[in-house]
Design a protein around this ligand. Structure first.
Ligand SMILES: [Zn+2]
Length: 120
């Protein structure tokens, strides 16, 4: 599996995407999180779950773009989906891969809808 070399490489990737999407990141942390892959605040603070470093890079890309787009669109509606597709054409495939990883890692804690709770 093509995983990340280290935390720094992941962070560099976040800034790369942020520049591309035109998002201003004020603070960025990669740290253990209990039941989310990532979170963002309107002030530009981003947190990513350190477990992402154990997954393949394309899944990391998905989570990074997913989260950065929330700076513009707070939900997963039509606009968000079309922006996702514009940046990561096969994002739905990656979403499935991520959900499978969540199952494998037993991140799923609150039943079948848990995957919806992994972000926010
Ligand atoms: Zn989301």
């Amino acid at each position: 599996m093509n995983t990340w070399r280290d935390k720094e490489e992941f962070k560099a990737r976040v800034f790369e995407w942020a520049a591309k999407i035109d998002v201003h990141v004020r603070s960025l942390a990669v740290r253990p999180m209990r039941n989310k892959w990532a979170s963002c605040s309107s002030g530009g603070n981003l947190n990513f779950n350190a477990e992402l470093l154990l997954l393949s890079r394309d899944i990391g890309d998905y989570v990074i773009v997913h989260e950065l787009l929330h700076f513009f669109v707070p939900n997963h509606g039509k606009l968000w989906k079309s922006l996702m597709r514009a940046h990561l054409e096969d994002y739905q495939q990656l979403e499935i891969k991520l959900k499978q990883s969540a199952y494998n890692k037993a991140l799923r804690r609150t039943g079948d809808n848990a995957s919806d709770n992994l972000f926010k």
